[in-house]
Design a protein around this ligand. Structure first.
Ligand code: ATP
Ligand code: MG
Length: 332
């Protein structure tokens, strides 16, 4: 049997180039080798978007389209909607006995995200948001995933999953598979504003479906070395978001760009134009494929329906095994 992967996205917005280089590109590669499950985590999205359920609903389709547009093949990969697999919620309840509140409060990603979401939580964390790593452990283990490809913000969640699996297996027998995280070459792509993470919640992203003019406008505003104001000022490319993206998008003349910036013979305006053109070209096939799926919502719906059906079957099998190990298999 092929080894399994569980990975996925929260339907909180369209996916961007951070997702592409941090996760999606690898997914496309992995799907040839692994039995891949891609979760559209609507239940998890609601933990910090419970006031805006319509937004979550609308983005389920968008996130599915983004995955398909970058080359996820529904014949190889199973794309499914989390809330339609209630087995995940059941597992979450069982796992919640194995995790202390103190342990959840130490999770650095949850801490960071909580700080960013003051307007949602008004400084008081909910049970659901604090506990979302437990639900993520259920997402991963319900499919017996061996590998979890993620950006580095998700490493604490995989670690939490490993702890839960260890504890569960010690108490109830060897029932669950312990997963490993897989990190891509760019585990945390920076935002256009220079912030440490490009994020759909921070409005600092270039989306996979952005049109040429949007890309040009966004790149034009990207943060550059603040000490380089005129063309002939010597710049520091390592302190420039534009150069950082030149690296990610593998500009052909990378060494030359660095040298010209450092010696003050390259202006930021042109440098940004070059970058925008490269991004526009690289994203063109994705944008085209995206348009096809946008125009054919029925195709997307069928892929989600079939994927969810398959995921549900696997989840039911795992739940039966889990319940048996916990003596919850009544009325055989
Ligand atoms: P939200 O702000 O709603 O949490 P997000 O942009 O963090 O959205 P998620 O759906 O939470 O996106 O994450 C999906 C996957 O993409 C995860 O594996 C995450 O680690 C990865 N990822 C998200 N942003 C980046 C980034 N800037 N660089 C690399 N990987 C990323
Ligand atoms: Mg996130």
């Amino acid at each position: 049997m092929k080894k399994r992967i569980l990975t996925g996205d929260r339907p909180t917005g369209k996916l961007h180039i951070g997702h592409y280089f941090g996760s999606l590109r690898n997914r496309v590669k992995y799907q040839k080798e692994y039995d891949t499950f891609i979760i559209i985590a609507d239940v998890q999205a609601l933990t910090d978007n419970f006031k805006t359920p319509r937004k979550v609903r609308e983005n389920v389709k968008e996130v599915a389209i983004d995955n398909l547009a970058v080359g996820i093949d529904p014949q190889r990969s199973t794309i499914f909607i989390q809330s339609l697999i209630p087995e995940i919620a059941e597992l979450t309840i069982f796992y919640s006995n194995l995790v202390t509140i103190a342990r959840l409060e130490r999770n650095p990603t949850v801490k960071d995200e909580f700080k960013q979401k003051k307007e949602v939580f008004q400084d008081k964390i909910t049970y659901g948001f604090l506990g979302y790593p437990v639900s993520q452990a259920a997402d991963i283990t319900v499919f017996d995933a061996d590998l979890v490809p993620v950006g580095d913000d998700q490493l604490p969640q995989v670690e939490q999953t490993q702890e839960i699996v260890g504890k569960f297996n010690r108490i109830y027998g060897k029932v669950l598979v312990k997963p490993e995280a897989a990190i891509d070459e760019f585990p945390r792509v920076r935002g256009l504003d220079g912030r440490s993470k490009m994020s759909k919640s921070l409005d600092n992203a270039i989306y996979l479906g952005d049109e040429a003019e949007e890309i040009q406008a966004k790149v034009a505003k990207a943060l550059t070395d603040k000490n380089k104001i005129k063309i002939d000022d010597k710049g520091n490319p390592d302190d420039c978001t534009v150069f950082y993206y030149h690296q990610i998008f593998e500009a052909e003349n990378l060494a030359q760009i660095r040298k010209q910036c450092q010696t003050g013979v390259r202006g930021c305006v042109n440098c940004k134009k070059e970058l925008a053109n490269n991004i526009i070209q690289r994203l063109a096939p994705i944008r085209e494929k995206r348009k096809y799926y946008e125009k054919n919502p029925k195709v997307v719906e069928d892929i989600l329906r079939n994927g969810t059906q398959r995921a549900k079957k696997v989840a039911q099998e795992t739940l039966a095994r889990v319940k048996k190990s916990m003596f919850l298999d009544y009325f055989k």
